[in-house]
Write a protein that binds this ligand. Structure first.
Ligand SMILES: [Zn+2]
Ligand SMILES: [Zn+2]
Length: 258
């Protein structure tokens, strides 16, 4: 049975977005053994972590699908072996309209505690979309995020809002998913997140720049009643766990207060 963490759960001091060997892209990048991930979290001075491996139905076809029995067995064992850490077991589900029902079917009976809903494959031919310019490209992405809010599976958190900025081929001055430029769509995301108690994460996998999401978005989100986001490193190797968390905490405190 899926029983997601309640909105009231305190996730400060926890890395809320960690990949392990169960994610194909982390496995390839040299992800550590699960037990070592727990040690890395402790070494970083964090109080825990949430493992959020990838489910992107229709992608990563060259890899075996996650063996969920093994996944939960492994992470429950890590949890039992590390009682000083708060460990939750989750997934990062890549949302796509055409596969959303399949994703829902795949995860429906899993004892998940946390689900990040992320628009990864937000356009066919991302390169072409980017060449149409920032306004067009990011609008297509934001439509995908808006669609993801009505996913046919339960989720806790919207992953890395502003994701295309990680890969956009634009100059720095032209790259921002500035709130004012995309206000109508961003406001819809904010309104839905606030009214449905969906969490926002600040994703620190952006080379130390706090832009997933950006400060202007977070200010509007706060003004609409949004609570302080959780922080996720999106680590694919354990050396990235907790990356830039001090900076992220300060960034969020400047906007949301302590
Ligand atoms: Zn992601
Ligand atoms: Zn991720």
């Amino acid at each position: 049975m899926t029983e997601l963490l309640p909105y009231s759960a305190d996730l400060r001091g926890i890395d809320c977005h960690v990949h392990s060997r169960f994610s194909p892209d982390a496995k390839n990048a040299g992800a550590d053994a699960p037990a070592r991930i727990a040690q890395a979290v402790r070494d970083k001075g964090l109080r825990g972590f949430i493992v959020t491996d990838h489910i992107d139905v229709g992608h990563w076809r060259e890899f075996d699908p996650i063996d969920f029995d093994e996944y939960f067995k492994t992470w429950n064992r890590v949890r039992a072996d590390n009682p000083d850490l708060t460990i939750y077991i989750g997934l990062e589900v890549g949302f796509e309209m055409r596969t959303a029902e399949q994703s829902a079917e795949l995860i429906k009976d899993l004892p998940l505690e946390y689900v990040i809903n992320s628009a990864h494959y937000w356009a066919q031919g991302v390169r072409d979309i980017f060449s149409r310019g920032r306004l067009d490209a990011y609008s297509v992405y934001l439509d995908a995020v808006l669609a993801s809010l009505d996913a046919p599976y339960p989720f806790t958190t919207i992953g890395h809002i502003g994701f295309p900025e990680r890969y956009a081929p634009y100059d720095k001055s032209e790259r921002a998913m500035a709130y004012e430029l995309f206000k109508p769509k961003l406001d819809k995301i904010i309104k839905t997140a606030v009214s449905r108690n969906i969490r926002i994460e600040e994703n620190t996998n952006a080379g130390g720049e706090m832009r997933l999401p950006r400060a202007d978005f977070l200010q509007a989100y706060k003004a609409a009643g949004g609570a302080r986001p959780v922080i996720g490193s999106d680590a694919h190797v354990s050396s990235s766990i907790g990356q830039y968390f001090d900076k992220a905490e300060k960034f969020l405190t400047d906007i949301f207060g302590e």
